[in-house]
Design a protein around this ligand. Structure first.
Ligand code: HGY
Ligand code: MN
Ligand code: MN
Ligand code: MN
Length: 409
């Protein structure tokens, strides 16, 4: 059994959490920001301190490689992400990367010999908040997203991914994509939901991830004066957008019990108290484990937009900016994680993730599964996001034991 060092693990977690820490103990570390550069520098120095071979690819994915006894064996890939949501939590992504780092440190402490090489990875821009879509680094690496296309995606200020990578010095020389076949991959992540805590369980063995789609809608109205303009002649972009926002919420009661729908972004132009809005831009996020339901949801949103805009007499642009099918992880890797959880005597259950994860794209190139640890009150994408440290350590123990087994499989 591998021995995680709880104090070293916690000290490392607190050290990383200082980078982009908010005054409410959350994390504001947007992809490819100055804070992201700082945490990447720390990650690279920790990998080098472990004597790992470090490489950075053309979209900033950062790899550390620990050789095994058999250099020809297919490696095991252990990974997650260090970027956060705006004013998000300290555990989302970061706990997974640091559980992987602690695993390699524990192997190093104990001189654990493993047959397969192990590669630890920090994926660029998992959140997709500043630069869309989500899972960008892992998507480019696995060929599920087009590298050249996403490098040209811009943030709200018009800065492209490529420019931001150059700005922080993380547009690496390594080609973006696997250099070899991998044996398997494992990602640890906070559950970001209430189930493990409700059931008093330590670990979730994640067997799948919802399918999801992101839409961006821009409604084109006609600015006019809030006073003299007659109500019958107005072309109010925000009124049409608001109709769609409430319609999107109602869609969550249709098609399937697991459907979730969200409008997360809304911008109004000129955003002035006494001007009828000329433009309203908003996003839609729809999810279900059933891909056919996601397709029906997208069509339903398109109909709602058309109806709302016709009623208000305004034009609109609608673009589907991302769709990812549901994920079914590797039963073999999940089984290995299950046996490791039993060996560590950690209470566990199988489950599915409503949150998207890099592991979904990694699953396209190698057998992959995930481990979840409990989220207090299920809260996440929020500064209050929290995981009890005892749960983090228990999860890291199961993670390390699973990685050890995969690396000798
Ligand atoms: O959108 C998601 O589920 C992930 O947090 N990027
Ligand atoms: Mn995450
Ligand atoms: Mn997230
Ligand atoms: Mn005036």
């Amino acid at each position: 059994m591998v021995t995680i060092d709880p104090e070293r693990f916690r000290e490392t977690f607190e050290r990383y959490s200082e980078i982009g820490r908010t005054e409410n103990d959350g994390l504001h570390r947007l992809a490819l920001s100055e804070e992201d550069r700082e945490v990447r520098d720390l990650f690279v120095s920790d990998l080098e301190d472990l004597g790992l071979d470090v490489r950075i690819d053309g979209i900033g994915n950062t790899f550390g490689r620990a050789e095994g006894t058999d250099p020809d064996a297919e490696p095991v890939l252990i990974a997650s992400h260090l970027d956060s949501q705006p004013y998000g939590g300290r555990f989302d992504g970061q706990l997974g990367v640091l559980s992987a780092l602690e695993t390699l440190r524990a192997f190093d402490d104990e001189g654990v010999e493993h047959r397969r090489p192990i590669e630890i990875v920090n994926w660029t821009n998992e959140e997709g908040s500043r630069f869309k879509p989500a899972l960008m680094g892992s998507g480019a690496f696995t060929g599920e997203l087009d590298l050249e296309e996403v490098l040209g995606h811009a943030d709200a200020d018009g800065v492209t991914v490529a420019e931001a990578l150059d700005e922080i010095g993380y547009r690496g020389d390594e080609p973006v994509g696997p250099r070899e076949e991998y044996h398997s991959s494992l990602e640890l992540h906070v559950e970001q939901g209430p189930k493990l805590e409700e059931e008093g369980l330590s670990v979730g063995i994640v067997e799948g991830v919802f399918g999801m789609a992101w839409l961006e809608v821009t409604v084109h109205g006609d600015a006019d004066h809030a006073g003299p303009s007659p109500m019958y002649s107005r072309k109010d972009a925000l009124v049409a957008a608001a109709d769609v926002v409430t319609a999107v919420r109602r869609l969550s009661n249709r098609f399937a019990d697991d459907v979730v729908t969200t409008v997360g972004e809304l911008e109004v132009e000129p955003n002035s108290i006494n001007v009828i809005p000329s433009e309203a831009r908003f996003t839609v996020d729809v999810r279900s484990y059933d891909d056919a339901v996601v397709a029906e949801l997208v069509e339903a949103v398109e109909r709602e937009v058309a109806t709302a805009c016709e009623r208000e007499g305004v034009e609109y642009d609608l673009e589907e900016i991302w769709r990812i099918p549901h994920t079914e992880f590797s039963p073999t890797v999940a089984e290995t994680a299950l046996s490791a959880a039993d060996a560590v005597d950690a209470s566990h259950r199988a489950m599915v993730s409503g949150a998207g994860h890099d592991a979904s794209y990694v699953n396209e190139i190698t057998d992959t599964a995930m481990l979840f640890v409990p989220s207090v009150d299920g809260k996440t994408h929020n500064e209050v996001e929290f995981t009890e440290w005892a749960d983090a350590v228990e999860g890291a123990r199961v993670y390390a034991e699973t990685v050890r087994r995969l690396a000798d499989a």
